[in-house]
Design a protein around this ligand. Structure first.
Ligand code: ZN
Length: 169
């Protein structure tokens, strides 16, 4: 078994969404290579930083990305393996790329409760809390506000009906 700790610059940009691990940014890789009967078992942990924009307010953000994977690189055996030992090496790049790209958030945010941009002024609401009002809430919820009120009434009616029944006994 061999263990390596590698720090390399990403050979190119990984990811095509709002955030990506950019070419030249640092990848820290903890790697374990084990000789097994069929080939070489590679286990890796990769730490990187994805950079891009918050999906709600477009502020620049940097997010830590941590991924792990384990894959068997088989010796040539006639059987079809997805990954094989080539001459005397294993190529980890496609595995690292797939793991990192899959781990990138589809809707990255600068913070979980990022309020986004003001629809009228385009200002970042986190910087201008005075623009946030309750009336500005998502209009899709407005329809539900009516349901909430009528549900309260019916619960009240049911409660008073139950009360009446008890009195009748
Ligand atoms: Zn944001």
């Amino acid at each position: 078994m061999r263990e390596h700790r590698l720090v390399i610059a990403s050979p190119d940009t990984m990811g095509e969404g709002l955030v990506a691990v950019r070419e030249g940014s640092e990848l820290a890789i903890e790697l374990r290579l084990e000789s097994v009967h069929e080939g070489v078992l590679a286990t890796a942990e990769v730490d990187a930083v994805a950079e891009g924009e918050c999906g709600r307010c477009l502020t620049d953000i940097a997010l830590p990305v941590e991924v792990e994977f384990q894959e068997l690189f088989a010796y040539h055996s006639g059987e079809a393996f997805e990954y094989e030992v080539q001459d005397d090496h294993v190529d980890l790049e496609p595995l690292i790329r797939d793991a990192v790209v899959l781990a990138l958030p589809f809707q990255p945010v600068c913070r979980p409760d990022c309020p986004g941009l003001d629809p009228e002024t385009g200002l970042r609401l986190a910087d201008h809390p005075e623009l946030v009002t309750h009336e500005q809430g998502d209009p899709r919820w407005a329809a539900l506000a009516g349901f909430e009120a009528s549900e309260d009434e019916s619960t009240g009616a049911a409660a008073s009906a139950a009360h009446q029944q008890r009195e009748e006994r």
